[in-house]
Design a protein around this ligand. Sequence first.
Ligand code: HEC
Length: 116
Amino acid sequence: MPPVYRKFMKNTILSLMVACFGLAMVHTADAAEKITHEQIEEVMKKGFKAKLHNDLAANKEVLAKYAQWLAAYKPEKGDAASWKAKTGAIVAAIKAGDQAGLNKAANCKACHNVHK
Ligand code: HEC
């Protein structure tokens, strides 16, 4: 391979690597901001359906993460103020270690009726 061509190849490969890295960074930043339907599915199945919220003391860490996802999510149905009130109550109860409050806030039917 002639040296000029080699240099061209090297530059091209380097540029491609930089471009890919840049894309990966943008992608990661995006994911951190926008909560996906898949994440909510995980919250519902591995959190609520698995009844993690029935033992707040034992599951506080993962519940807190799930509550943050919920609060940041924008459901397709129902209005934003209602979502904020419902998810805010869940976040607050978990933060306070308030099991009774969480039982009340994690009302499946009340939320599904409006937002699911
Ligand atoms: C703060 C609101 C809220 C509460 C509380 C809530 N859910 Fe949900 N749930 C939703 C929404 C919204 C969806 C629809 C999924 C979406 O929009 O991405 C959903 C979907 C689901 C699904 C279907 C997941 C799937 O896509 O496969 C299950 C199962 C579920 N919820 C179980 C529960 C159970 C059990 C409880 C109570 C212990 C509960 N949820 C409490 C909002 C809530």
